[in-house]
Design a protein around this ligand. Structure first.
Ligand SMILES: C[S@@+](CC[C@H](N)C(=O)[O-])C[C@H]1O[C@@H](n2cnc3c(N)ncnc32)[C@H](O)[C@@H]1O
Length: 316
């Protein structure tokens, strides 16, 4: 593949807010030039992944995929398109996450609609989905009842509904706005008829018992929250992340409550932060309602999941 020549880009003017692509009617740039200019600008603002951001934004703006960008580096982008794209660039310059700008995030190889009403699903959470599928084992083929607490975008609930075609899923969230997004994602993936969305505090709105209770609850302590990147703090919902001074508030509530809502042989699975393993271990030992406690790391080598099975005498 030939590398396109770098030519001075007459179409760009620097303005106080950042790059502004000017539509003069004469100006145009190639795909490659526009990516390089945007990447340089993002780099100068210390954004962590400038090239990737530039490519993902441009591909989405042009309603193409990134492969198309690589195979059409010399294609012109019109002044009108550059003008529209400049508004997306300006949002990224202010630190807004790419997923909110393009309105999408891939999770479990599925495309989820996301906006500031919900936390952007993280790839780390996929190991939680993997562990749920493991504990369901051959039960996947039957009709497992699964509860997802704090469903947010619906990433976990929709991924599980997609993976387990006979599962019935209940998904809760305290945020009505988040539930509007998750319900939309269930529709989008054709699993809405198998997921019941309920608004309320943790297990409060839920009836009945479940084979699996899964949750990626808020688990950031107040100190760590202050140290999160501005990109997260300024744009993602605080109530999706913060969990009191020690980051343990939700685990302390979920572990005992879930014990009363698991069927015999049922499992509780929770996403955790890397430094929370010992605290979680202590909480489960204190509860005495569970057995077969196990922890799992994510693919970056950080502790990410805890799972435990209900004791027979607890669930009877
Ligand atoms: C870390 S986010 C997880 C979102 C999604 N499950 C995921 O993995 O991407 C936590 C979610 O819990 C919800 N939440 C916070 N407090 C809650 C509560 N008391 N009861 C139910 N949901 C709650 C938040 O609104 C948010 O959607």
């Amino acid at each position: 593949m030939t590398v396109p020549r770098r030519v001075p880009c007459k179409g760009i003017q620097r303005q106080p807010g950042g790059i502004r692509y000017v539509s003069t009617g004469l100006d145009k740039m190639t795909i490659e030039q526009l990516i390089e200019n945007t990447e340089k600008d993002f780099m100068s603002r210390n954004l962590a992944t400038p090239r990737l951001d530039a490519e993902v934004l441009l591909a989405s703006f042009l309603k193409k995929d990134r492969t198309w960008l690589y195979t059409h580096p010399g294609q012109d982008v019109s002044a009108r398109e550059m003008d529209g794209f400049s508004f997306w660039v300006a949002r990224r310059q202010k630190g807004e996450p790419v997923a909110y700008i393009i309105g999408r995030k891939e999770f479990w190889s599925l495309d989820f609609a996301v906006d500031p009403r919900v936390l952007i699903p993280r790839p780390d959470t996929e190991v939680l989905v993997e562990e749920v599928i493991k504990v369901l084992g051959s039960g996947r083929a039957s009709r497992p009842e699964i509860l997802d607490l704090g469903t947010g975008s619906g990433a976990i609930a929709v991924a599980l509904a997609h993976e387990c075609p006979h599962a019935r899923i209940t998904a809760t969230d305290i945020s009505r706005k988040a539930l509007a997004v998750s319900a939309g994602n269930a529709e989008r993936h054709g699993v809405a008829s198998r997921i019941t969305f309920l608004e309320g505090n943790l297990l409060d709105p839920v009836m009945g018992k479940f084979d699996v209770i899964v949750s990626n609850p808020p688990y950031i302590d107040s100190g760590d929250y202050a140290r999160l990147s501005a990109e997260v703090r300024n744009f993602e919902p605080r109530e999706a992340l913060l969990a009191g001074e020690q980051g343990m508030d939700f685990y302390s509530a979920i572990i005992p409550q879930a014990a009363c809502r698991l069927k015999p042989g049922g499992w509780l699975l929770l996403e955790i932060g890397d430094s929370q393993k010992e605290n979680l271990n202590r909480l489960f030992q204190q509860s005495d309602a569970y057995q077969d406690l196990a922890f799992r790391k994510d693919y970056a080598g950080r502790w990410r999941v805890v799972k435990a099975k209900i004791r027979e005498e607890e669930s009877g």
